[in-house]
Design a protein around this ligand. Sequence first.
Ligand code: PHE
Length: 344
Amino acid sequence: MSQEIFDKVKDILKDIENTAVQSKDELEQFRIKFLGTKNVVKPLFSEIKNIANDRKKEFGQLINEVKQTAESKFNNLKISLAEGEEDAAGAEIDLTAPGAPMTLGARHPISVIMNRIIDIFERIGFTVAEDREIEDDWHNFTAMNTPDDHPARDMQDTFYLMNSTEMLLRTHTSSVQARVMKAKQPPIRIIAPGRVYRNETISARAHCQFHQVEGLYVDEGVSFADLKQTLDYFAKEMFSQDTKIRLRPSYFPFTEPSAEMDVSCFICEGKGCNVCKYTSWVEILGCGMVDPAVLENCGIDSKKYTGFAFGMGIERQAMLKYRVDDIRLFFENDVRFLKQFTSA
Ligand code: PHE
């Protein structure tokens, strides 16, 4: 009789060892069967009395073994079930699915236009010159034939550095022209792109900071015809081969004679629109022959050399080109605005 009980327990032990579960339900059934309050080992206790005394200890050990085996088996089953679930979840990931697209950055519209202008002038032998934005009064004004009390200083409202009458934020990149002329003798053929500052009330049409490209050509025998020819080439490359230019007399302290250049309206092509205000001309830049006084101020012999210069605002061109009606948009860095511009 007692051997029979031993065999029953050993069968239970084998049962435990051979159990495999596929689901949480089956795992729970295993727990109830072997570890629950009504587990299959329990009824055997009532039969202990039938076991010979010298084997009672052995029986107790066997029962303990069943309990420990059931516990560790339960834990192992639980772990492998969880791992199986993870694998199943993993199988749902489609490794061939295309990735979420990365949003591509775009150049700032001001850079697009600026690079385009630089490229056009580089093709005819101009090189880029860059210099500081915090300038001294001499390079920004005095060298440019605009001494202290010159009324033309009012044309450009200037930001001076705190407690300084000497240092300022450059109001135009003509200051770069002054630096280049001081540093080297003709032939000089440069364009000066960069940021400039003017103390203007910020509105849809004006900002206290904007960008310019200025150009300077100084050599023997440079004439107004060269200036006109160069600007005509620029306008055709920049807008279209059908573009016409018109030079109107103007005034700048650093050029004599001076002119403002209009281009035929590239939006309505002469039919009249609100961009050209129904004149069919759009103002693009200021220019002129470098005033001999400017050459002399910068150490260049004005009897031997002549030169022309021009300067244009980039924001204005970008506004015309892209039909943007508020200059402030260029400085807000709102990507919804910025990513609309990919080419000039
Ligand atoms: N410096 C002038 C401006 O900022 C532009 C200009 C440059 C005009 C060179 C004539 C010649 O308004």
